[in-house]
Design a protein around this ligand. Structure first.
Ligand code: NBP
Length: 482
């Protein structure tokens, strides 16, 4: 079906897998959509394959595309993140009128979104950075959508976006996140949390394989069971499916023949780098990024496996207990990873003046996206009941959950260390927990050392002010802020 010019409520430019599926999702719900792609052949292929799914207006040129849109024009740009987004904005801008809305729904860095928002505003255009999660299936059937930008611009697209989003308990997984880069920021942290979740699952799998001595089909059954408890989530569900899959070629588990080098597209690194800038401890996500980096050093690992010694693994004495300990360690570490991710969003909200509603972020991640999980309801409830809590670990539900799991968590980290099985995310989450609950950490010595070698000063627990000790002179302490 082809609609007439000027009648499309929204346009999608960029018809690779994500753009094509978003356009189809919008059109299937009765909204007329103009479609465009830099390479016109892709638009033709799109129309041949899906043209009868809704009221599409295909356009070969950007001029025709813009002419096909209602005003204010609403244009979703779904092209490769980075320079292509700037290129499309440059080409589009001269064709648009004041108040038209450009929506970047790709995985752009939030700083780029801030820059583009300001540049578009100078031209009288409204720019929105919208995080979309759920991969190609989510884009088609209902993604989690994290829109950022001017609230008035959001009001112009709210109906369309909430209409195509996943719905959980009657609530669409789409809510206005905040101004300029807020939507892409939240999407970035979402992806970071996804890294941590996946790393924790991989560590559990490693322990179940090398300490509990189980094969992939047996571990698949364990994950299936875990999916009916606190851990219930899309990632646990698909872990069971991946582990249960038989390889047609070898007749063994497919996972056993997959090369152990994890790839990444960079959003985990962005999250970790941003946390470093904000000074927010983000050990779970950051260890997950490091673990992928280490997995990629396969040549070095093969050489080191022959050279570097470690303990000889021994079979677990009580396998059932160990399996349940691993489940508890996984849950406690996951709580920490989310607590850290939400603490990071809180800090970014303050730093950027975004006023993020963190409970709403958990709500819109409940459906459509990769980290969808029952657990997110607990986070929404936590913010509803405890307002602007600094760290989710301080909310009674999570305080108790981690307290209940901590004995098992400690046993797992001890066993893994004794057996030489790397558990960077389990162990760093436990260290974070132990540091966070300490009234006094050894940073007093760090300050003493900094003052010794760099005269960086320190504060005293028993008096106001900053002090410096003349360590290598007469050893006297002087107050430096008076
Ligand atoms: P890609 O990221 O593979 O980008 C391909 C699209 O970008 C094509 O339409 C291509 O046009 C267009 N493009 C490029 Br490349 N350079 C361009 C330029 N200079 N001017 C205009 N168009 C240009 O597509 P995708 O996998 O559909 O992802 C789109 C966005 O969604 C990305 O930001 C991605 O990170 C994000 N995302 C992807 C997923 C996923 O599961 N794939 C999930 C969530 C978010 P052409 O046909 O003419 O080459």
């Amino acid at each position: 079906m082809t609609a007439s010019a000027g009648s499309s409520r929204i346009g999608v430019s960029g018809l690779a897998v994500m753009g094509a599926n978003l356009a189809r999702n919008i059109a299937r719900r009765g909204t007329p959509v103009a479609v465009h792609n830099r390479t016109a052949a892709r638009t033709k292929e799109f129309m041949q394959a899906y043209g009868d799914e809704g009221a599409f207006t295909p356009a070969e040129s950007l001029e025709d595309f813009v002419a096909a849109l209602e005003r204010p024009r609403r244009i979703i740009v779904m092209v490769k993140a980075g320079k292509p987004v700037d290129a499309v904005i440059e080409e589009l801008s001269p064709l648009l009128d004041e108040g038209d809305i450009i929506i970047d729904a790709g995985n752009s860095h939030f700083d780029d979104t801030k820059r583009r928002t300001a540049a578009c505003a100078e031209r009288g255009l409204r720019f929105m950075g919208v995080g979309v999660s759920g991969g190609e299936e989510g884009a088609l059937l209902g993604p989690s959508i994290m829109p950022g930008g001017d609230p008035a611009a959001y009001a112009e697209v709210e109906e369309i976006l909430t209409g195509i989003a996943a719905v959980v308990d009657g609530t669409p997984c789409c809510v206005h996140v905040g101004p300029d880069g807020a939507g892409h920021y939240v999407k970035m942290v979402h992806n970071g949390i996804e890294y941590a979740d996946i790393q924790l699952i991989a560590e559990a799998y490693d322990l179940l394989t090398h300490v509990a001595g189980l094969d992939a089909p047996a571990i698949a059954k364990i994950f299936e069971e875990w999916n009916s408890g606190d851990l219930e989530s899309f990632l646990i569900e698909i872990t069971a499916k991946v582990l249960a899959k038989t390889d047609e070629k070898t007749g063994g588990p497919l996972v056993d023949v997959i090369v152990d080098e994890a790839q990444q597209k960079g959003t985990g690194t962005w999250t970790a780098v941003d946390a470093l800038g904000l000074g927010v401890p983000l050990t779970g996500i950051t260890e997950a990024v490091f673990a992928r980096g280490l997995s990629a050093l396969s040549g070095e690992r093969r050489a080191a496996a022959k050279t570097l010694s470690g303990p000889n693994p021994s079979a677990a004495e009580n396998r059932e207990d160990l399996v349940d300990d691993i489940r508890q360690a996984l849950y406690a570490s996951k709580v920490v990873a989310y607590a850290q991710g939400f603490a990071q969003m809180r800090a970014a909200s303050v730093a950027n003046g975004w006023d993020l509603d963190l409970g709403a972020m958990a709500t819109i991640w409940r459906g459509g996206c990769i980290i969808r999980a029952q657990f997110l309801n607990r986070i929404t409830e936590a913010y509803a009941e405890h307002g602007d809590v600094e760290n989710l670990l301080m909310v009674p539900y999570f305080t108790e959950a981690v307290a209940n799991a901590q004995d098992a968590w400690r046993r797992v980290v001890i066993t893994a260390t004794e057996q030489g099985v790397p558990v960077p995310a389990f162990a760093s989450s436990l260290s974070y927990y132990d540091a966070y609950r300490r009234e006094r950490v050894p940073a007093n010595l760090i300050q003493g050392l900094r003052d010794f070698f760099g005269a960086h000063t320190y504060r005293r627990i028993d008096a106001e002010g900053s002090y410096h000790t003349r360590w290598s002179q007469d050893g006297t302490e002087v107050r430096t802020d008076v």
